[in-house]
Design a protein around this ligand. Structure first.
Ligand SMILES: Nc1ncnc2c1ncn2[C@@H]1O[C@H](COP(=O)(O)OP(=O)(O)OP(=O)(O)O)[C@@H](O)[C@H]1O
Length: 365
């Protein structure tokens, strides 16, 4: 479809700059917007790296200028803090492992931003996400990106059909190297800008330190799940994720000398249960709050491939919608399946695996 009124979400990175350029080229009427998401952005003077820095806003503006489109900066810092950062902290405090990019898509980019865009008369929000999106008989179909390494369908799979109907992902069919080459060809100054990674509001990558700063000391015991033996103390369940092996701070070596992994987090008592790798194997996953991006709930047990974290963690499975939730029986056990992460169901397809549904992991067995 051409001639839509499109609001391009421009981070100041190479992907969203090229995505906006392609939207312009496709004949849409495009306006660029950069979201100020941090209450304390880094500045040009200190050169500090941070979330949504002054440099990022400037890069986005330059790209918009080159494309000849109007450009605005909108302050969404309060919404972002409430819906993404506070949620992130609360989830860790509750012993779960959240995915903040997924939450940002669900609550900010395709909720607060999309709502404002629709209210202003735009038809769609365009982003530089790597995922394929098409409308088939009026139903959105979300598929994995052509670039396997960059695929972001996992963090978009919890969007509803209503949200996806108003989304535009112009990079879905491209690989990152081609996008960089295109940025250079178009004269976009951000062509060489490094990929953003990890969590944008923790620029130094020290998630544990960030959470410790927010949640303080909440000490508890590290317990060997098999023997009940206390192996050490820790300063908060928020420092751990199911499947974690390193940084456990265990002072007592296991009698069998095998490495130990986090098996479960119990926030009320502050207990971290650890055990050997074989105890980490999961064959059944229970999911809550399922979402069907194409608007079609699973009918009966369905053979699919599931993914349980943003990178890797895939296995063939049989999934079934039950009582407003989801049950997944894995055909091959997975390790490191953490409550709070999403379980995303895919139907394998040479044209890009199709997202059938998604749910939040609530329990494993
Ligand atoms: N601060 C922001 N303002 C506006 N849009 C944003 C912002 N941050 C992210 N986005 C949008 O969300 C998309 C995905 O965000 P993500 O953090 O995964 O970026 P990315 O893959 O590094 O892309 P880019 O190279 O454009 O930064 C971006 O391509 C962009 O469209």
């Amino acid at each position: 479809m051409t001639g839509m009124r499109v609001l391009a979400a421009m981070s100041g990175g190479v992907d969203s700059s090229v995505a906006a350029a392609r939207a312009v080229e496709a004949g849409h009427d495009v306006v660029g917007v950069h979201l100020a998401l941090s209450a304390k952005p880094g500045t040009l003077r200190t050169g500090a790296r941070g979330c949504c820095t002054v440099e990022d806003a400037r890069d986005a503006r330059r790209a918009a200028d080159l494309l000849g489109i109007p450009f605005y900066v909108w302050d969404f810092a309060e919404r972002f803090t409430e819906d993404v950062v506070e949620d992130f902290v609360a989830e860790y405090a509750a012993g779960r492992t959240p995915n903040p990019c997924l939450r940002c898509n669900e609550k900010i980019k395709f909720a607060a931003l999309l709502d404002k865009a629709l209210a202003l008369g735009f038809d769609a929000v365009c982003t530089g996400h790597y995922a394929r999106l098409s409308l088939v008989d009026g139903r959105p179909e979300l598929r994995r990106s052509a670039d396997e390494a960059k695929d972001q369908s996992y963090v978009l799979a919890s969007l509803t059909p209503e949200q996806l109907t108003h989304a535009l992902f112009p990079l879905g069919d491209s690989v990152k190297t081609a996008v960089r080459a295109e940025a250079a060809r178009r004269g976009l100054a951000v062509a060489d800008k490094p990929d953003s990674h990890d969590i944008c509001f923790i620029p130094d990558g020290d998630t544990r330190g960030f959470l410790a700063g927010r949640l303080g000391e909440r000490s508890g015991e590290l317990i060997d799940d098999a023997t009940g033996q206390v192996l050490g103390r820790h300063s908060g369940v928020h420092g751990f994720t199911v499947g974690q092996r390193h940084g456990l701070g265990i002072s007592t070596p296991a009698p069998d000398g095998r490495p130990r992994y986090v098996l479960a987090l119990e926030p009320v008592s502050g207990t971290v249960r650890v055990g050997s790798a074989d105890r980490l194997r999961v064959t059944e996953i229970t999911g809550e709050r399922p979402v069907w991006p194409s608007g079609v709930p699973l009918a009966g047990p369905v053979e699919c491939v599931v993914q349980v974290r943003a990178h890797g963690g895939t296995a063939p499975a049989v999934a079934e919608a039950v009582d407003g939730g989801l049950t997944v029986r894995l055909r091959k056990p997975l390790r490191g399946v953490a409550p709070g992460q999403a379980v995303v169901l895919y139907r394998p397809d040479p044209a890009g695996d199709l997202v059938l549904g998604s749910a939040t992991i609530s329990a494993t067995a």
